[in-house]
Design a binder for this molecule. Structure first.
Ligand code: NAP
Length: 295
């Protein structure tokens, strides 16, 4: 069997960013609307620092405004929520992202609940989660939206496909399952208690993994010709160096799948582009302007 097509997330992300940059320019020119994203980083978690830096860089590169708010690790819940409320009331800010995880005693659910749902560009507010569940238009979490963009790129319509989602987190697994259902896939959701993951994978035309364990899906579990979207980001130590790997054993799966995302360079870059897209969508809604982006 021939090798899988390697889905180029960097190229898809570049194309999305170019579209978003065009939309931002048009919004500023025609509507005097300048989309702005505020990012709150609490503490000094090293991976979060990198994620925030990348998000702010991407925001500036498409011509949007960005507002960075750094709070000390010992910030109180009250202080954090006071900042969120101030940003809720700031007309220059259309999207608010509270970088997770929050340190120690801070309550993530309460922090997310404090964000105005119209500015919840992470799509994690209970209001937006509920709308997604009901199949209504809403702000959708960025990594699940990235999976959908990559699958549409590969398939066009997903109608009737047998899809397996591995992982059931609120951040990735559950919203991916909802989105695939909305696209008329037949969806199975697997998790750590699933009895025979290999058997579930062997039936799937589409496998989306969001587990967080390197190589927990073997290549011979993949149905020949299936499409594999690997959301996992795992740090693997090898010969004194740290590498990033997905959840799927890529070297094996590439021999059986029809198409597969690499890690890095697959879902990750598209996820950041979707954050920008959500910010434009939020800005259009708040500015009373028709959304220029694709639905
Ligand atoms: P999470 O909250 O830890 O959820 C992991 C899920 O995997 C859980 O539902 C868990 O099942 C399931 N699981 C664990 N071990 C399993 C196994 N052996 N077989 C089947 N299922 C298993 O993680 P998350 O926030 O969803 O993130 C998942 C991964 O995606 C992480 O590597 C994260 O870094 C990555 N991620 C990437 C992006 C991106 O842009 N590329 C964005 C977000 C997250 P239970 O529910 O039964 O415990």
């Amino acid at each position: 069997m021939s090798q899988a097509v390697i889905i180029d997330g960097k190229a898809v992300a570049a194309r999305e960013r170019a579209r978003i940059a065009g939309d931002v320019a048009a919004l500023r020119r025609q509507w005097n609307l300048w989309p702005g994203l505020a990012v709150i980083l609490v503490g000094d978690d090293a991976p979060s620092e990198i994620y925030v830096r990348n998000k702010l860089r991407a925001t500036a590169a498409v011509g949007m405004r960005s507002f960075e708010h750094r709070l000390a690790a010992n910030t109180s819940q009250h202080e954090l929520e006071k900042l969120v409320h101030r940003l809720n009331d700031d007309d220059a800010v259309h999207g608010i992202l509270v970088q997770l995880p929050l340190p120690g005693p801070l309550d993530e659910d309460a922090a997310i609940a404090a964000v105005d749902p119209r500015k919840d560009v992470d799509g994690l507010h209970v209001h937006n989660v509920g709308k997604l569940m009901l199949g209504r238009d809403t702000l959708i979490p960025c990594a699940p939206l990235a999976c959908l963009v990559l699958l549409r790129e590969q398939f066009g319509a997903l109608d009737g496909a047998q899809a397996l989602v591995v992982g059931r987190s609120n951040l990735v697994g559950k919203p991916v399952a909802q989105l695939l259902l909305r696209e008329n896939c037949t969806v199975t959701v697997a998790h750590s208690r699933t009895r025979d993951l290999a058997a579930e994978a062997r039936r799937a035309d589409i496998v989306v993994t969001a587990v967080g364990h390197a190589r927990c899906l073997r290549g011979d579990w993949i149905k020949p010709g299936a499409t594999v979207i690997d959301v996992g980001i795992n740090r693997v130590e090898q010969e004194g160096r740290t590498r990033l790997e997905g959840d799927v054993c890529f070297a094996e799966a590439v021999e059986r799948a029809g198409a597969i995302t690499p890690v890095p360079g697959g879902v990750g870059p598209v996820t950041i582009a979707m954050l920008l897209r959500n910010t434009v969508t939020a800005a259009c809604q708040q500015g009373g302007v028709p959304d220029l982006g694709p639905r």
